[in-house]
Design a protein around this ligand. Sequence first.
Ligand code: DQA
Length: 146
Amino acid sequence: MRILIINGPNLNMLGTREVDIYSNMTYQYLEKQLKEYAGSQAIDVEIRQTNLEGIIIDMLHYAAFEKFDGVILNAAAYTHYSYAIYDAIKAINLPVIEVHLTNPKTREEAFRHTSVIESACTKTFQGNHIQSYIDAIDYLKDHYSS
Ligand code: DQA
């Protein structure tokens, strides 16, 4: 099976970004661990990171055009206000799993308590750091591999 993982804005700064919240895990380490885990499950994974909303939308379309089996999306701050990403998820006929390293719903800033993309997504895994992504890979494997 083929999965596209899309990471949104500021996730490239992991390792030095608010380490008290996100830990000192670097973005490169996150990608490496996910590639290794997917490989161990015989899953073909492609991982992309962008700081731009429109590129996230293009990547969602690309996942559909290229017939991926599913998408794992950490839309980062766009989670909380991007109706364009909500529409893009609805526009593609693929399972999209929302993931977050932290649990935004329990964080201090009120704007993080709402996910405008959640209802367009098939499932959400959040608050378990890298394990949120692993759980999303397992979910897609268990429900969508043919
Ligand atoms: C995040 C949570 C978001 O609220 C935040 O804007 C991020 C990262 C997470 O993975 O915990 O950039 O998506």
